[in-house]
Design a protein around this ligand. Structure first.
Ligand SMILES: [Zn+2]
Length: 277
């Protein structure tokens, strides 16, 4: 009987470990820059058409950190803007509000308050709406491949400090200027951030160089991009019911085995002595 209970406990402990890894899709990440009539940018009219297409099509707009849980949402998608153009506030933000859409802006912090770029007050207002998060994009928008590790750290730390002064919160999400990175850059970025976005050179499975799709005015291309799903990624379920992190499951399992094995030994010894267990 006790053997049966022990077997049951063992199976029970193994079950959550198996279900800790899930098959999930990684949501498409869209990348905008300026919302204007400038070359290679998206016009206000087209931006509205794209956002309404997504909102009316039942997409769920996520912030980057929700990517770890994106399989819980219906048609998840992440909207990002790079650099911090003033039109992100003047043109994009009212449209985001109208359709209740979440978006992330990667701001090169040396440009905060300069002519044509977002001001600290605008950043605060957008963050207070709950719809927009502004995250760092280095201080001067320098190509990180050209920097020494010390210079990289300086760019990261300066931009984090400058942005925290504005937003009052910690920043753990990042986008590489020009999407440029290599293994050394990634290693340093990993010391500061949980998620980093590349551009078209990224990988939809690499949280430190996530792929993004450049968006243009072409609606046909846009519909194709947002329809893309890449199944088969192994997503880590970070929490179980009681708020335990995944690694605790393994600790529980190991602790369980450590208890069961001596117990089995004791039962065997007791049985040899004639006990009915
Ligand atoms: Zn940029």
């Amino acid at each position: 009987m006790k053997k049966l209970i022990a077997a049951f406990i063992l199976v029970f402990m193994l079950m959550p470990v198996q279900s800790a890894f899930l098959e999930a899709d990684v949501p498409p990440v869209l990348m905008y820059h300026s919302i204007s009539d400038a070359d290679w940018q998206v016009t206000a009219e087209n931006f509205r058409e794209q956002i309404s297409y997504l909102a009316e099509g039942g997409f769920t707009f996520l912030f980057p950190e929700q990517i770890f849980y994106s399989y819980r949402y219906d048609k998840p998608i992440i909207i990002t803007f790079d650099d911090g153009f003033l039109d992100n506030y003047e043109i994009a933000f009212p449209i985001l509000q109208e359709y209740n859409v979440r978006a992330t802006i990667f701001m090169m912090t040396a440009y905060i308050g300069l002519d044509g770029w977002l001001t600290a007050e605008q950043i605060r207002e957008m963050e207070a709406s709950g719809l927009v998060r502004v995250e760092p994009h280095t201080h001067n928008h320098t190509d990180m491949l050209q920097l020494t590790p010390e210079q990289m750290r300086e760019q990261i730390e300066r931009s984090n400090t400058a942005l925290t002064e504005v937003t009052g919160r910690e920043h753990r999400i990042f986008a590489y200027p020009y999407g440029f990175f290599d293994e050394q850059v990634k290693k340093i970025v990993a010391e500061y951030y949980d998620i980093a976005f590349a551009v078209g050179n990224g990988d939809r499975r690499d949280m430190l160089a996530l792929h993004r799709y450049s968006v243009f005015n072409d609606m046909y291309a846009f519909r194709r991009i947002v329809a893309v799903r890449e199944p088969g990624i192994i997503a880590e379920e970070p929490y179980i019911g009681g708020g335990f992190r995944l690694r605790y499951r393994y600790r529980i399992l190991i602790a369980g085995l450590a208890c069961l094995l001596p117990a089995a030994f004791i039962y065997r010894k007791a049985r040899k002595k004639g006990a009915k267990i």
